[in-house]
Design a protein around this ligand. Structure first.
Ligand code: SAM
Length: 343
């Protein structure tokens, strides 16, 4: 079922009416084809009466599609003030369903937007197979897509922000190469830190691709639409930051033996002992490469590394690029190792 909007100027006319020109600095590439924006809303599985947060609505192509799909409430977060008048035009047409937040998405706690809304759909227990009737959707600017997805995956892992309401699905666009990395299987060239970070806490699926020619102005690259459904139980049971650090170092030397990357987790005097200990405990061949490690092996490595950090105070703070970092001194710093989340 869809919800009709009163007649509105076509998106292209909207752009001219409000004299909107894409600002390269904010990576603005608009989607003008409503068939594509409707396809995004459909793959996001927006249903009648759902609540949605849209990041970077711009002139409102996806916004219209979400409203048409029958969202009972839509909150849009847009940084560029030139888009506020056309978005207000859309909000008037949508009765009181649409709310505009003229803010930077990177500095917005989207979970707070609905915090005091009594009509909010009910929260659903994280272990329930149902998902809450809520969504986060966005055709993101490429320059903020990576920091934003890391922020959202972190919030998902701590079940905070919008994820305090349950396993809220997330549907975002990325440049195709990043979308492939997010969804990459083992032993592919696209396998990277972000593949592990996305796949341990969620099930990311590239639901379709959009040719660069569908955007105005046309970007240099094609785009992948990725839907993330949070997992009931994360596949790795260490705090997000610990796994992120492990993955960053393990993927530091993608073409080299895994031990070379692992060693960068430890001060020089301990690097061989602790890297060997970890690999042995996890029964991982030290001559394998990072892209050949499965998520179960990352789970074992993360568990072992977490235990090493508990045994060696200050180890989690160690940064191999900082020559001043000495374990005895780091151990005197306040304990930076984040506690584990209850499963
Ligand atoms: N969603 C629209 C579409 O599909 O046509 C516009 C997409 S355009 C790639 C990205 C949009 O995100 C622009 O409207 C831009 O102003 C907005 N944007 C850029 N940086 C932002 C930020 N930090 N917070 C919120 N919005 C941002």
């Amino acid at each position: 079922m869809t919800s009709r909007l009163p007649p509105l100027p076509a998106l292209r006319d909207f752009i001219h009416m409000y004299r909107l020109r894409a600002k390269k600095i904010l990576s603005q590439n608009y989607l003008m084809d409503m068939n594509i924006t409707r396809k995004i809303a459909k793959h996001a599985k927006v249903a009648q009466n759902d609540w949605v947060i849209e990041i970077g609505p711009g002139p409102g192509g996806i916004t219209r599609a979400i409203l048409e799909a029958g969202a009972a409430r839509l909150d849009v977060v847009e940084i560029d003030n030139r888009f506020i008048p056309p978005l207000q035009h859309l909000a008037e047409a949508a009765d009181s369903r649409m709310h505009i937040h003229h803010q930077d998405a990177l500095r917005t706690e989207i979970g707070d937007i609905w915090k005091h809304e009594p009509a909010r759909p009910s929260s659903i227990n994280w272990h329930d197979s149902r998902l809450p009737a809520m969504h986060v959707i966005g055709n993101l600017p490429f320059n903020i897509a990576s920091p934003l997805i890391i922020k959202y995956l972190r919030d998902m892992s701590y079940r905070r922000g919008v994820w305090q309401y349950g396993r809220v699905p997330l549907t975002l666009t990325f440049q195709l190469e990043v979308a492939k990395r997010l969804c990459s299987p083992i032993a592919c060239d696209t396998r990277s830190r972000i593949s592990i970070m996305a796949q341990y806490v969620a099930e990311p699926k590239m639901v379709f691709q959009i040719s660069g020619s569908c955007f105005v102005p046309r970007p240099q690259v094609d785009v992948g639409v990725v839907r993330f459904e949070p997992r009931k139980t994360p596949l790795i049971n260490v705090p997000f930051e610990v796994l992120e650090k492990l993955c960053r170092q393990v993927f530091h030397y993608r073409q080299k033996f895994v031990k070379k990357g692992l060693k960068t987790l430890y001060p020089e005097e301990l690097e061989d002992v602790l890297a060997d200990e970890l690999l042995k405990k996890c029964r991982i061949d030290p001559t394998t490469t990072s892209i050949r490690l499965g998520i179960e092996q990352f789970a074992d490595l993360a568990q072992g590394y977490y235990e090493q950090c508990e045994r060696h105070p200050g180890l989690f703070l160690y940064d191999y690029t900082n020559k001043q970092h000495v374990l005895e001194q780091l151990a005197l710093e306040p304990n930076a190792l984040p506690p584990r989340m209850p499963q």
